[in-house]
Design a protein around this ligand. Structure first.
Ligand SMILES: [Zn+2]
Length: 370
């Protein structure tokens, strides 16, 4: 009797495992093949997406990295290591639960773009070789695909953001800059969406939900800062770029508190734990890289005509960045309370240079990492 019950349990358990496996069916890696100077990887179903980037190394070799999203390496397939005339090695491994990573080490400086069709990914291993299937060159999907950027103009509607003397209101300045960023990115060939394009109140969690829904490659939130008191207005200045990570400096904490204030209306939306679980190491690293590029180009552009104060890239807990599934940063374009910065921020020329810097920084990040 005891034994029969146990067997039944095993059968039920097996059934549950069987069905749960098929519900969350993965796209399994089947085999790899090197032929005619290209590496072909076969999967059990259509490839969802491939992210590509390179890592240079000291000894002159380059690592070409391809992350295949939604893919799984079946157990037992293990890590395969191989070499070929033009490359030192290639390696396939499960990089995280939702992607397989291929790393090719080669002394070549560049490889032509990979391409994928249906369930086959083709990576050219020889310089100046196009990806092909059955002798026919296949379209470079990644080139045709427009990258998507979501620009978030902070505050809006009933939420003015920071306010100051001379009637300067943060929500107006940041919307004006955001619109300029949009035009510049569109001219560069990006698909751009804005979380708000008018004076409208948008709850903080809705902003990243929107970016996730649009499957954005990057999310950039634009804000302007203010000194804690007008008495100390002159002391506070500078452009700051933040990415999400537990806040360290006092100034970062204060900036986060200020931008988060609207969030306290629905504090229960995210618990501290939910917030922490959303932070993964890789997103932090990517957001940091995005932040560095954005900051670099803002400074580069403004420096030509203005004496500016660069406060660098920092980490902070901004609610608006929580929940973004893509690299994301928050730009504080300057202090509206500062006599010089505040005046500059109202001019079209300064806003345009700022916007150009933000757009170029985003472009640089995407070109280097996608
Ligand atoms: Zn703000």
């Amino acid at each position: 009797m005891e034994k029969i019950i146990l067997n039944k349990k095993i059968i039920i358990l097996s059934l549950i495992l069987f069905f749960s496996n098929s519900i969350f069916a993965s796209n399994y890696f089947i085999k790899s093949e090197i032929k005619n100077g290209e590496l072909k990887l076969y999967f059990s179903s259509d490839i969802e997406g491939v992210r590509y980037f390179t890592i240079p190394s000291d000894n002159g070799t380059t690592k070409f990295v391809y992350d295949i999203y939604g893919a799984t390496l079946p157990k037992g397939k293990g890590i395969s290591q191989n070499t070929y005339k033009t490359i030192e090695s290639f390696r396939i491994a499960q990089n995280s639960s939702e992607r397989v990573r291929v790393v090719i080490k080669s002394s070549q400086k560049s490889l032509n773009r990979h391409a994928y069709r249906d369930n086959i990914l083709v990576i050219p291993l020889r310089d100046n070789k196009d990806a092909s299937i059955s002798g026919r060159t296949i379209a470079n999907i990644s080139k045709k695909h427009k990258h998507i950027v979501v620009i978030d103009a902070g505050h809006g509607g009933k939420d003015n953001g920071a306010t100051c003397c001379r009637g300067i209101i943060e929500k107006r300045i940041v919307l004006s800059i955001a619109k300029k960023v949009r035009v510049k990115l569109e001219n560069m060939g990006y698909r751009v969406y804005m979380t708000r394009s008018g004076d409208r109140f948008v709850k903080l969690p809705k902003r990243t939900e929107f970016a996730n829904r649009k499957m954005a490659d990057v999310f950039v939130s634009i804000h302007a800062n203010a000194a804690p008191s007008l008495r100390r207005a002159k002391l506070f200045r500078g452009i700051e770029v933040y990415y999400l990570s537990p806040a360290k400096s006092e100034r970062a904490k204060r900036a986060a508190e200020k931008e988060n204030s609207v969030m306290f209306e629905n504090k229960d939306y995210y618990t501290k734990n939910a917030y922490l679980s959303l932070l993964n190491r890789e997103k932090i690293i990517e957001s940091h890289k995005l932040g560095l590029d954005v900051r670099r180009y803002i400074v580069k552009n403004l420096k030509k005509r203005y004496k500016i104060h660069d406060s660098g890239v920092k980490t902070a807990n901004f609610w608006v960045l929580v929940g973004a599934q893509m690299p994301s940063v928050l730009v504080e374009v300057g202090y509206i309370t500062n006599p010089i910065e505040g005046k500059n921020l109202l001019t079209d020329r300064y806003q345009s240079l700022l916007a150009k810097g933000i757009a170029k920084g985003i472009d640089r990040y995407i070109k280097n990492n996608y």
